[in-house]
Design a protein around this ligand. Sequence first.
Ligand code: GLC
Length: 638
Amino acid sequence: MAIHSVELSRESDELFYARALANVASIRELFEALYATHAKRESYFESLLHTVVRAHSQRSQALRQRDWVKLQADEPWFTSNSLAGMSLYVDRFCGNLQSLPEQLPYVKDLGVNLLHLMPLFQSPDGESDGGYAVSDFRQVDPRFGTLDDLVNVQKRLQAEGMYLMLDIVFNHTSHHHEWAQRAKAGDKAFQDFFYMYDDRTIPDEFEKSLPEIFPESSPGNFTYVPDCEKWVMTVFHDYQWDLNYANPAVFVAMLDTVLFYANLGVDILRIDAPAFIWKQVGTTCQNLPQAHTLLQLLRQCVQMAAPGMALLGEAIVAPRQIMQYFGAGAARGKECDLAYNATQMALQWDMLATGDTRIMLAAQEVLLQKPLNTSWITYTRCHDDIGLGYEDTMIQRAGFSPYEHRRFLQRYYSGEWAGSPAMGALFSVNPKTGDARISGTLASLCGLEKALRDDNETALELAVQKILLMQAHSFFVGGIPMLFYGDEVGYTNDYAYTADETKSYDNRWMHRPLIDWAKNKKCSEEGTLEHLLYTATQKLLSIRARLPVVADLNNHEWLSPHNIHVAGLLRTRNGSRPLYCLFNFSNLPAYLPWITLSEKGLSPTLLFDYWTEEEFTVGADEEQFVLAPYGFYLLEQR
Ligand code: GLC
């Protein structure tokens, strides 16, 4: 068969042939939706198909086999309760890729079987944004090792039954990338890879509706390039040039990179900043319909060439907008396989500060709309700041003023509010809008840093309890838990970044620890804080891995808030015993009437708590279950 002059042989690969037949029409349709008016669209469409066919023909037998195994499962492989991930910077965790295998027992013992290695590809020192400014998408940065080292790590992970997640920095390149260099040198074809303008006329038009991402360190969205005397769009830092996907050459080149990563054996590809990939004057240039079409097109191509690789959209935007990255309308369930549950993450921090679950519950109406064959990444912290991006109406429904409420949270977590044990900092404060996000490690935001500083035993116990409450909530709420390295042993903020001029402008570095293995090794020394946190995290992950009821099959319902301090979740699944997950976000004991547990058609009489390993007899409806301050319970109906 030939599609648009691209030859496909049925004999050489029956499965690929079938997938090609199934996907090609929609690939064409999506491509047309974006590029119908482009003069060279036919030749670009042809190179797109060549790119997909070539990538598949280069896919190793081992990876084709892995694809096949993943596709055999009854449910999408990434919804399984047996998956748990950790994000880490290879250099800060263990030096380089060569030494990573040595540390695998540490993560495996914890219960982690998916590693998200933070950006590894070449990125200029000092203008790197933690690796998110890439100057070569195919060369591993020498400070991490070589491409061969990365391939070895992938093989080792695969041999250990583990999974690999990497980033594709899809929205922009470093200004040192070859494309940018050639654009600077005056090459028109490469200037068209970016949004480049001779003067400020169009940039000024854009600026009227473009928000600022880093208003303190990188105000404005355009940067003057003296080499070619033009203005280029730089939504993030001035050294990150936005790619122009209205040019199909850019899409084909980036698709080739995506499939190159697929063939390295990436199981989950994190698409960095997908909300930003299409720009249009007069809009915020975020979440535009064409950005979704682009992602759907990308997914169809990946499905064809490397169906075992799942796509994770890192869209840290408003809840309703995040949902769109799973695909909407006719494309429902056909865009990103996974998205970060940034809403629930931020609302966890909201609940922890206020002791009130009502805003979180108000958000569920939106979050529970997730399509069945998709899943979340759930987390308490990541390498980025915490944004309070949930909707004003959600805050209002709980009876608060959005502005005052967010101000309170900012003051609480930055430690400015007198009663707060948190030691975080505000990130990207925008005096024009009053917006600010929050930096700080899980431990420091939960009060551990302050408790240690003040040598306060009671505060320390409370901080530990809060850390575990936050982890437990994110492990059981539905989706793949993604730990952030260091949190499993309670790293507090690291202020060394302030003395490094390549980092001092970005306080997110306070929560990106440099691992001190002498500290981490204490995880096996009883009586240490590290041991306490590591073993508790390990226990939580092992409970999760044993309970198929927590696989993410849209099988959860929130319980009525008879007590507004308690977040209660019921997880059910055919063939499994129901599991009630209860989280008390208050600093006092919480009283929950037993009737709460029988409102969803079940009538439990005996419950086993996997966490404390205690049994509880269910009392009369009006009697109450008492939850410890910041306590949590994983109660299976017996
Ligand atoms: C994503 C990354 C963040 C980075 C930004 C620009 O949001 O997570 O760290 O600064 O993209 O690439």
